[in-house]
Design a protein around this ligand. Structure first.
Ligand code: NDP
Ligand code: 2IT
Length: 444
């Protein structure tokens, strides 16, 4: 059996009941076969893939907090410090009832290669909790965040591990966590990114993931003699990534006609009203059913459905495995040109293959949504030098990083004879730098 296949089956066997982690490992290892096969005996001897697929450390802890009725609630907290070969662990904290160790491991594993693709010195990690922020009061959110950080603060630091936001963790949660870290550790340092602008946050971090997604899509289209102007776009999700993807798509002259949340989706044939969406989601923290109050000509539907709408560009920006084979068939039948993942692993393996086999340009999340973590790394730089850069400066760097990622993954795909296969290109390009660093640092 090849070394890659051996490790894929070992990971599946040794990490039972973690299907998303298996999926992420399968996708990466399958892509890097050409690199591994060139030097298989050495890598096997060094147990390279065993080390790559085993987190350096995984922390699991109890998070007790008191709700508004005086009842004690207990959640589970996680931080998986996956790989620090190229820098301190870096990656978000997800707060969602679906969180379990396997989800955090899949996200942490993806983060290693994503962070490498940014070209910045950040290793891979991820954390979170099965806490559900929906419907909680601000006081309950604070109680949870303080308890979570009371344990987490023992394992993180500006030069060791720097968490940030993800699903369910935005500016409010980062603020509460930062306050508690500072109180317990007695240091004001850049231990979290996505902070408020008044205490070390970076301008453009809020916008970065969504804007970055559009910058890479734009670069891909321009490299293939298309233009984004006038294109129709379908987006899923209505959170941080979706909102700023919609905003930038519109700034670039495209029309975005959908968005969604976990209960339903909106079709607005005249183009999504971003100001209304921000008010509903960022200010009121309400459901998308409200959107019709702002835009009477739009449609609201329960359930899922955005991928059935005809579009040139599809941007899944909600959660993992939200775009399946039937969705891929609908997109292809509607002649979609590009699918780019704003979320982490939103497209199933079967759907990805179908899109690629049918000539759709497919940019995987580790490249397409890397703008968020890249800007987090820029926030770390600003914190280190105790300066704040202008919005224009950060945005310019973000754009440059995303264009650089596009050409890096395109070159890697071509070098190995997989032209236009950006899954292979992203995995190989991300892996090469980590491999070099791991080799140089010996058996650790
Ligand atoms: P938010 O919490 O801001 O928004 C998430 C959105 O997705 C909401 O509209 C939410 O609906 C929907 N959603 C979440 N879970 C589900 C689910 N199980 N089923 C259906 N809909 C769901 O998160 P972000 O926008 O920050 O994150 C979205 C994706 O992007 C995630 O995959 C995340 O890992 C990824 N990502 C985020 C980055 C960042 O900087 N924030 C960076 C790179 C990737 P509802 O409100 O109803 O739950
Ligand atoms: O998935 C991701 O890249 C994020 N949630 C952002 C991580 C970060 O450290 O900014």
């Amino acid at each position: 059996m090849s070394y890659v296949d051996e490790i894929i089956s070992q990971v599946t066997e040794k990490n039972p009941a973690e299907p998303e982690f298996h999926q992420a490992v399968r996708e990466v290892l399958d892509s890097i076969r050409p690199v591994i096969e060139k030097n298989e005996e050495k890598f096997r001897k060094d147990a390279l893939l065993e080390r790559l697929t085993n987190p350096e450390r995984q922390i699991k802890f109890r998070v007790p907090w008191v709700d508004d009725n005086g009842n004690v609630q207990v959640n589970t907290g996680y931080r998986v410090q996956f790989n620090s070969a190229i820098g301190p662990y870096k990656g978000g904290l997800r707060l969602h009832p679906s969180v379990n160790l396997g989800i955090i491991k899949f996200l942490g594993f993806e983060q290693i290669f994503k962070n490498s693709l940014t070209g910045l010195p950040i290793g891979g990690g991820k954390g979170g909790s099965d806490f559900d922020p929906k419907g909680k009061s601000d006081r309950e959110i604070m109680a949870f965040c303080q308890s979570f950080m009371t344990e987490l603060c023992k394992y993180i630091g500006a030069d060791t591990d720097v968490p940030a936001g993800d699903i369910g963790t935005g500016a409010r949660e980062i603020g509460f966590m930062f306050g508690q870290y500072k109180r317990l550790r007695g240091v004001f340092e850049g231990v979290l990114t996505g902070k408020g602008l008044s205490f070390g946050g970076s301008l453009a971090r809020t916008e970065a993931t969504g804007y970055g997604l559009l910058y890479i899509v734009d670069e891909l289209l321009r490299s293939h003699t298309y233009s984004i102007e006038g294109k129709t776009v379908v987006v899923s999700g209505a959170g941080n990534v979706a909102i700023y993807a919609i905003e930038k798509a519109q700034q670039l002259g495209a029309k975005v006609v959908t968005c969604s949340d976990s209960t339903g989706w909106v079709y607005d044939p005249e183009g999504i009203d971003v100001a209304a969406l921000k008010e509903i989601k960022e200010v009121k923290r309400a459901r998308l059913t409200e959107y019709k109050n702002y835009r009477p000509n739009s449609e609201y539907h329960e359930g899922r459905g955005v991928w059935q709408i005809k579009a040139d560009i599809a941007l899944p920006c909600a959660t993992q495995n939200e775009l399946g084979i039937e969705d891929a068939k609908a997109l292809v039948a509607n002649k979609v040109i590009v699918v780019a993942e704003g979320a982490n692993m939103p497209t199933t393996e079967e759907a990805t293959k179908y899109l690629q086999d049918n000539g759709v340009f497919f940019i995987p999340g580790k490249a397409a949504n890397a703008g968020g973590v890249a800007t987090s790394a820029l926030e770390m730089s600003q914190n280190s030098e105790r300066l704040s850069w202008s919005f224009e400066e950060v945005d310019k760097q973000l754009k440059g990083i995303m264009e650089g990622i596009y050409h890096n993954i395109d070159d890697a795909a071509k070098r190995y004879g997989y032209e236009d296969n950006f899954v292979v290109g992203a995995n190989i390009a991300g892996f090469e730098k980590v491999l070099d660093a791991m080799n140089a640092q010996g058996i650790v």
